[in-house]
Design a protein around this ligand. Structure first.
Ligand code: ADP
Length: 761
């Protein structure tokens, strides 16, 4: 007898097994010497080394030894074939091996009719079929052979032999006493096995499905990545991620966040190469750059503001007072709905620089938006994104530059905006400035409402008259007037010199310009209301001096009245001086232009003709009307001055105002023209040292005019000593510095006779 570990043999089954236990080896040897039959019985516990009757199953198989082979390490491989079942009755250990006492067992006979057998055979075949489908390891060939058997008993036995199973199971089948019982046990086993296999395969399928899906996604993603790399779109995705992250940092602006998110999604879907993508990108970037939530802390210290205004500007007392009042109110109300201020005055009088100082005093960011020549509404309100090259408007652009939502925005030259067929610029500006509307300003490009209510707007203009009326209503005008020569001198010595020296890299002691030289620069090299040309001239001197210091190695340069021409060239006689002698038909008028005051000479000639009336010198409509009024008034004086009535039908009158190409307009030359016409007709000369300004009515009344300060300044520069001013302007004189009026004889005229009395020699 050989006790088997972990295997069970079946009748008809061929089995190879190795033995090494001495007793088993001895048993083989003895059997080989005799009938070559061994009784094989399975141990209940495979680890038991010396099994006795109890530790062996009760039923085993008598088997014929087919082959014995010696392997290394004293192992013997035995090939056997099961022959018949036997019940183990007893075991003895004699002669070095185990000996079994057995009783051969035959299956008990069971009566089965053919139909039953057939049914059971088919049932088993079905099970086999399903088993085979589920267990890939079971060979198709074996299945085919089994199916061919088609005999109940053979099939059952063969299946028991060939179906892979654990030894306990096979032992269980071996122990069945009859075929039907064995069949039953086999089918139960198979059904269970099939169920397990099915479950196993389902689990496997699920696992595989999951693995497959992951795998698939991984592969697809990899492909996308490679494709995007090829198309240069990997930067797109990282950009989109960047946009979304930046958007998430915004805390309150949900509308903006949503918009950025939506546009980013669109950008992702259209990819990098379409023309639209760059439009979308710059749109998103613009949105991200705008200061939706950022603002700077204002400084409300008025004393500090005063200090800064004084530090940066000479004079301008009134302007400074007004600005400080404005700031005080703004500080107390803490709101942006105080009317905005507009600084009006000739160029170069420090408007921009005052605004800069205000920004500096309030610790605000400063942005300048130049409105000069803006005609298209879209420049202010932006283009719709559907246009090629669409951009946000200047206001939004300014906000972007400032980077905070409460900067000081300087609307430069607001009087120069004009409107054409492309929409109304002033109404767009109105929306910007109107505190009722500007907290939800809509820029066409940005599409989202932008809050401008915290922006401090300051406008500048040269001329109030050309500011569109509705805009004017919303602004508080602060007038900045022309500078006198003395003011210019102070500004030059106290501010411009310092600025230009630094600008040109010179130290303070390297260049001095004497007072008299500076006065000559102001008088002979500049002609302006402000100090811009003056600053440029000083810059010129600085550059020449810098060159001299480097080239000639001189330590410092001193500019005096004598050597000034070396630096600035020949003097220009910039002002139109008064005429040398009294003349007929020539009168000096005074004009105010947006660049300051000026004198203009009015010339009248009469000549034989047909009573015609000529006007030349680029005169505007208002001026032409006032010329006609003047003529009509002079005609009414005919009797008084002995002018023959036919004079006006037999002569032509020509009025000309030289300095030709400059357009001139306004009513204030009325009395000047009337005087010139009367002088020309009567032949009475007009005093050369008299200038005048004033509007005339048909009945000879003299009406008041504006810009008196500039006009007087111009008269003084021209060397005029007597100025005729409308009587109603007398109150304005109080505001004008003595420096200007000193040396001028002012004659206040309420009507033409007083004018003529003074003017005609
Ligand atoms: P505007 O804007 O009125 O055309 P700016 O503000 O540009 O004139 O002034 C031109 C230059 O003159 C600037 O350098 C400015 O600092 C200087 N300036 C003008 N007025 C004064 C002043 N009162 N004191 C000091 N500098 C002045």
């Amino acid at each position: 007898m050989i006790p088997l570990r972990g295997v069970t043999v079946f009748p008809g089954m061929i089995l190879n097994f190795d033995i090494s236990r001495e007793k088993s080896v001895r048993a083989i040897e003895e059997a080989m010497e005799a009938d070559q039959i061994v009784f094989l019985v399975t141990q209940r516990d495979p680890d038991e080394n010396n099994p006795g009757l109890r530790s062996l199953y009760g039923i085993g198989v008598a088997a014929k030894i087919m082959n014995v082979a010696k392997l290394p390490k004293e192992i013997i491989r035995v090939k056997v074939e099961g022959v018949e079942r036997g019940s183990l009755l007893g075991v003895t250990d004699e002669g070095g091996c185990l000996r079994a006492q057995i009783e051969t067992l035959d299956d008990e006979a069971v009566e089965l009719d053919d139909i039953e057998k057939e049914a059971m055979t088919r049932g088993l075949e079905d099970l086999l079929e399903r088993y085979c489908q589920l267990n890939q390891k079971f060979s198709r060939e074996m299945l085919r052979q089994l199916q061919e058997l088609h005999d109940f008993e053979k099939l059952t036995m063969t299946v028991c032999v060939h179906l892979p199973m654990r030894y306990e199971e096979r032992q269980n089948l071996l122990e069945a006493n009859d075929m039907v019982e064995r069949y039953r046990r086999l089918t139960v086993f198979m059904a269970r096995e099939i169920e397990i296999l099915q479950l196993q395969s389902e689990i496997q399928q699920k696992v595989r499905a999951r693995v497959d899906k992951n795998q698939r996604e991984y592969v697809l993603r990899e492909q996308i990545r490679v494709i995007q790399e090829e198309l240069g779109e990997d930067t797109l995705l990282s950009d989109v991620r960047h946009y979304e992250e930046a958007a998430l940092k915004l805390q309150d602006s949900d509308e903006v966040k949503d918009k950025i998110h939506k546009e980013s999604e669109r950008l992702k879907s259209i990819g990098n190469n379409s023309a639209e993508s760059s439009v979308l990108r710059s749109y998103i970037e613009t949105l991200l750059e705008l200061p939706w939530e950022k603002s700077s802390e204002d400084n409300h210290d008025l004393k500090n503001a005063r200090k800064i205004l004084d530090r940066d500007h000479y004079g301008l007392e009134k302007v400074k007072e007004r600005v400080l009042e404005f700031l005080a109110v703004r500080c107390l109300t803490k709101k942006g709905d105080s009317p905005m201020i507009c600084l009006v005055g000739p160029p170069g009088t420090g408007k921009t620089s005052i605004a800069q100082s205000i920004a500096c005093a309030l610790d605000k960011k400063f942005v300048r938006i130049s409105l000069g020549g803006v005609r298209d509404e879209a420049e202010i309100r932006g283009h719709r994104r559907t246009y090629v090259g669409a951009m946000p408007g200047r206001i939004v652009d300014g906000l972007r530059q400032a980077g905070v939502r409460n900067p000081l925005m300087l609307l430069d030259e607001i009087d120069k905006v004009s409107s054409d067929y492309k929409g109304d610029t002033s109404s767009a500006l109105l929306e910007v400035l109107d505190s009722e509307q500007n907290y939800r300003f809509r820029d066409n490009y940005v599409e989202l409402p932008i809050d401008l209510s915290e922006v401090l707007f300051i406008a500048t203009a040269n001329d109030v008259h050309t500011i569109p009326r509705p805009l004017l209503d919303r602004m508080e005008i602060i007038e900045v007037t022309s500078y006198t020569a003395n003011e210019k001198l102070h500004i030059a010595r106290e501010h411009l010199m310092r600025k230009q020296l630094a600008h040109n890299g010179l130290k303070k002691d390297q260049l001095t310009i004497t007072r008299s030289a500076m006065e000559t620069v102001i008088a002979c090299y500049t002609k302006e209301a402000g100090v811009r040309q003056l600053e440029r001239r000083i810059g010129e001197i600085c550059r020449k001096a810098a060159r001299e210091i480097l080239e000639d190695g001189v330590p410092s340069v001193k500019v005096t009245g004598k050597n000034l021409e070396r630096y600035l060239g020949r003097k220009h006689s910039t002002v139109f001086k008064k005429n040398a002698k009294n003349d007929v038909g020539i009168v000096r008028g005074l004009a105010w232009t947006s660049v300051g005051g000026d004198t203009l000479q009015i010339e009248v000639n009469t000549m034989p003709g047909k009573g015609e009336f000529l006007l030349t010198g680029q005169l505007g409509d208002v001026m032409k009307e006032s010329a006609r009024t003047a003529i009509s008034y002079v005609r009414s004086l005919g009797d008084q001055y002995g002018i023959a009535p036919e004079f006006f039908t037999e002569n032509d009158i020509h009025i000309h105002i030289p300095e030709g190409a400059v357009p001139k307009d306004g009513p204030s030359a009325g009395i000047t023209m009337a005087t010139a016409i009367l002088s020309a007709i009567t032949g009475i000369p007009v005093r050369a040292d008299v200038a005048m300004t004033g509007e005339v009515t048909l009945r000879g009344r003299v009406l008041p005019i504006g810009g008196l300060k500039e006009k007087l300044l111009a008269a003084k520069q021209a060397g005029i000593t007597t100025v005729i001013v409308p009587a109603e302007n007398k109150t304005d004189i109080a505001d004008i510095q003595n420096e200007i009026t000193d040396g001028l004889k002012l004659v206040y005229a309420g009507a033409m006779p007083e004018v003529l009395k003074t003017a005609l020699a």
